[in-house]
Design a binder for this molecule. Sequence first.
Ligand code: G6Q
Length: 543
Amino acid sequence: MARDPSPIPPEELTTTPPWQALTAHHRAIGSAHLRDLFAADPERAQRLSVEADGLLVDLSKNRVTHDTLTLLTGLARQRGLAEHIEAMFRGDRINVTEDRPVLHTALRLPRDRRLIVEGSDVVADVHRVLERAYGFARDVRRGNWLGHTDRPLSTVVNIGIGGSDLGPAMAYDALAAVRGEGLDCHFVSNIDGADIASVLARVDPETTLFVVSSKTFTTLETLTNAHTARAWLVERAGSERAVARQFVAVSTNADEVVRFGIDPANMFGFWDWVGGRYSMDSAIGLSLMIAIGPERFTELLAGFHAMDEHFRTAPFERNLPVLLGLLGIWYTNFFGAETHAVLPYAHELGRFPAYLQQLDMESNGKSVTAAGLPVAHATGPVVWGTPGTNGQHAYFQLLHQGTRLVPADFIGFARSNFPGGDHHDLLMANFFAQTEALAFGQDAPAGQPYRSFAGNRPTTTLLAERLTPFVLGQLVALYEHKVFTQGSIWGLNSFDQWGVELGKVLAGRIAPELRAAGDPALGHDGSTNRLIGWYRRHRSDTA
Ligand code: G6Q
């Protein structure tokens, strides 16, 4: 029997009894101060901490009581979150607007598992591609894959954008400690020629591998950059043959890969049930696999899988993605918070907030439900952040004394991957100090109101022993499932991205207008017509 692909209850969220109970509860405890909540319960920190596979998450500095969590988990139950989780893991077509299953969790299932979706075992498919990609990564790493002059390859240029760039680029930085020597990766995404030009200026045409990563293989930015890189290589090599050795593709679109001139034998595939922003653990991670090696990549997948299992099996009261998702709903919908900060105290996680920005904002930045109805409540927040302690010397002023409520996640580690001197203890002293100051504040000395710290600014602390591939996998899956939790409760389809289409269509119309000869009639609004006119008059000087 066909299952309903979207087990989200159809009634409007804000009229449901759990939502109304939360509204009343917020009126009752919304202004309670963390100082008082801690004073009232000496066990609070212990009670509101959850540990999963070595990842400790302390939720106690959030503006919640036991009753808040009971009401929030009740809301999740009423919205059918458990059924929705099962539907995703099982491979139901929960991406309703694109009529696809959503199975990034299958990318990290161990080889001995089976998952039959629509008649085929996706685990076998996943491991077949993984083995090929691992084999290729090993060849490159061992110097067995040679460039057009028979020299081993020492540089990888990943050409992709959005979901085909942010994940591997983030993880490449995050796993700097396990990358080893001798192989550099560059990530080119922007259609701005400055991006590819700066990379091509630094790489050697004899020893550079280009990995063109594009699910559709039709993305304007990626194809434009890939053609530029191809022309650069062919010109320097003096022959098209160099392309066969030094270009590989990661895609689901074999026809377009062939049309570009890449041998399908040098293509690594994946499936339409892997969304772009959920794809870093598919073959889209090929550049990362080459950089860190198959063994470390396998550890990364194990971390993802550990969090998948936790998400699928832990009771909501102890379920990290569920709890983080519910806290986000509490702040977004009941306190009116508009942003969410992610502040890693690990320099290697510098690109993690940008990665999460796409994951969260492209998934839940929506105002129509999966059933096609307008939402009557706020949805995904603006996600942002930079590594500590840099932010402390920049924007933390607003976090401590500004007028806005900015819930924040602080991510830290007991051990540094780059030990030496006092750096790590000093980093972590700041880490602990910030959440303490934000929560508890400080009264102003008499006559100095500018030194008042009101406190009561909510934070969640995430601590792991060390930033390893496993822990990175756990963290990414934690946020993936947090986003899923929120999308489920808000009634959204978190897996489409129609909001990026209109701009693409208009750019396609405008591009020929910028280059057309004569004085083409422009049919835009007054502002856009005038701006294009100005650009046309000035572009010949800048060309
Ligand atoms: C992610 C989005 C988007 C996508 C890029 C690249 O979920 O769909 O960021 O990843 O537009 O698309 P291609 O991989 O098809 O080039």
